[in-house]
Structure formats: structure tokens, C-alpha cells
Design a protein. Sequence first.
Length: 160
Amino acid sequence: MATANHNLSNYDKTTIPNAKDFRFGIVVSEWNDNVTNGLLKGAIDALVDCGAQEENIIKWDVPGSFELIYGSKKMTEQNVDAVIAIGCVIQGETKHFDFVCEGVTHGIKELNLTSDTPVIFCVLTDNTMQQSIDRSGGKHGNKGTEAAIAAIKMVELRRK
């Protein structure tokens, strides 16, 4: 496993642009909220740590991960510099997992191709709840933190 015994959420603030003038949209799935709330906390903490003002962070909730596509599309229309789409899909007994993961992945990709606003993919697609917990503030760090750093870097790239 690529992340075994690694916390990939550490970052060097000196290498990250100051986000004090950036506006961020965060769209969060309510499904598996014990995980998505941890990802959200990681994202907001990292944005603020890198200079973002809390009043420049807009958060919207959507029912599930598939709805992240529409929510993110609408969020790109809200004068934000980047959007972070946060969700969690856990493998079940049916192919539903495959369809949701593929649909969300392609939907977020399509938004990045058709919009000038970067949309950051922060959707965990794990086999077990424990794997998701480990990646939303547990032993493997917080993918929300990583998504926030990616968002800041993409805003900087967009502005160049």
C-alpha cells in the first residue's frame, strides 16, 4: 500500500503561496459525514494556516458524493478562486461504488476542463471505513489538508 506508515499531509509553509487574498469554495458530501467532517476540518485548518481569511471560505453541503459535481459546478459561479470537492465512498457489496466513483471522478475532471476555476478532487474511495478514517485525520494524515494545499497552489497557477 502506497500510504502505509506515511503521513502525507505535512507541508512546508515557506513553499506555499500566501492565501490571504484568495476565496475558496468547499462542497462537502453529507454521506459518511464522520469522514467528510474530518476532511473539511483538515482543509479549513490548512487554508487558514496558509493565510486564508475564514470569511473567504464558503462551505456548501450536498447529500452525497455524486452530487459534488453539481455543487462544485454551481460553486464555480460564486466568484471563488478554487473549489474543493470533499466526499467519501466506501466499497459495498454492489457495483454502486464503481459507478459513483467513476462518475464523480469524470465529473470533477470535466469541470476542470470546462471552467477556469480549479476544482480539487478530495473524494476518498476506500475499501473500508477504517481506511477512510485513517485518511481523514488518522494515521495517514488528512487528505483534506492535502486538497487545501493543492487548491492554494492551483489558484497561484491560475493567476500567473
